[in-house]
Design a protein around this ligand. Sequence first.
Ligand SMILES: *Cc1c(COP(=O)(O)O)cnc(C)c1O
Length: 505
Amino acid sequence: MYNYHKSNNQIENKTIFEYNSKNNCGIDISTPEYKIEISNNDIKEALNHSKYDISNSNAFLPEASEFQVIRHFTIISRNNFCIDTNIYPLGSCTMKYNPRINEWVANLKYFDMLHPLMEVKDLQFPLSLMWDVQNYLAEISGFHSVSLQPAAGAHSEFTGLSIMKKKCFLRNENRKKILVPDSAHGTNPATANMLNLEVVNIKSNEHGYLSSKDVLEKMTPDVLGIMITNPNTLGIFEKEIKDISDIVHKKGGYVYGDGANLNSLLSYVRPGDIGFDLLHFNLHKTFSTPHGGGGPGCGAIGVIKSLEDFLPKPTIKTYKKKFYLSNKKKSIGFIKSFYPNFSIVLRAWTYIRSMGGKNFKKSTSLAVLNANYIRSKLKDLYHLPYQTDSLHEVVISDKKQKAQSNITALDISKRIMDFKVHPPTIYFPLNVPGAIMIEPTETEGKDEIDYLCSVLTIIANEAKNNPEIIRTAPHNTDVIRPDEIEAVKKPILTWNQYQEGHAPR
Ligand SMILES: *Cc1c(COP(=O)(O)O)cnc(C)c1O
């Protein structure tokens, strides 16, 4: 049985700034005992460029010993909840295990020494790996070309819609609207907004997917296209996708695919084969590179042949077994400095190479099996908003518990933390009131999933018999129920503030 232990973590009372003490320092690299020789001029040059002289800076940087720094950050890291310690069924986020072989490759000495200012002729091997990953992703997704430049899914959406806009602009078309389903991730309408596009909402039908009839009605000549997540954020496959993409194409629009849920299609369905014109990949979700805490990530983008020339600069070219960077004339331009987040690309390269098509097929079927196993175990305890079969994630809601004892999705997710499980995604997708969205991924085993279901079973029973314990949860964590807005806007960062009674409990 999967056990949990209440944390006996040390609490770190100080911020790193509070360790500051004049001339306190770990190592002095200005007087090494042995001279460090760097023979490669490019690297020397690069190191000189990246040297940052803090003596003239106004920034207050703490002076602390190496030991203090290591202890400080190690203690903080142990207070962190992470996929390496506990189950993390955060819906839509694909919190799968990050295989250590990815880390091993990314940390090889050679890769450590790379610098973006090195010359392309000295970067042939890294470029060949980026080239590989582009090709693997193109093959996996059915697209003609892939760029690894975008640093995240949202960044890739921005890249993709910019490409669609530029293509239409060059055709002298002024398309100012974009269709976005009600189940879409918040980044979809946010991206549209960033590009001054007006969002036209499309509602999912009673089965949880889009109807082509609705799209036909809304696909007017001023619409740039549609953003579709497939399977959608309910974990449901868009059954009318082919008709929808035909309608959009007939009216000169483009179908943008939010590929965050690719984890449920790998080796089974290629989005490029079912009508998508562009698609983003979240390497930090599907391809097992670490994520959370704001990055770095990689939101590669795949496009059909007619959009290839619009990909962001630079693109990688190969000629006579050599790699070059090219800046295409029609490109939407630079969206990021230098190269893609290369260490993330390396991890994805390793993951793809170690998995291969057959294992992807297995991982996809396990991801789907795990979600459906949870669905069948919970279906009598929680309200299921849609009866349609789901793929890699399942959305339940708080409807029953709310009616029974006014227990909400927020209360349930707070109580889950007492059992050392990361709460699922809640109140998303927006088309399900009180949504609780669970994505176990293929990497959790049956013991872990049974444990998660037993926790949710305990909580469903508590909602009937002892709702107070849920309403006052969590009981086992350092922080209980902070005012979320306040916590973001006025974070408590020092022990003094905490003691002064600004505690976020
Ligand atoms: C995670 C996610 C995104 C955004 O991706 P980021 O890499 O976090 O920017 C977009 N859509 C869906 C469905 C997602 O799950």
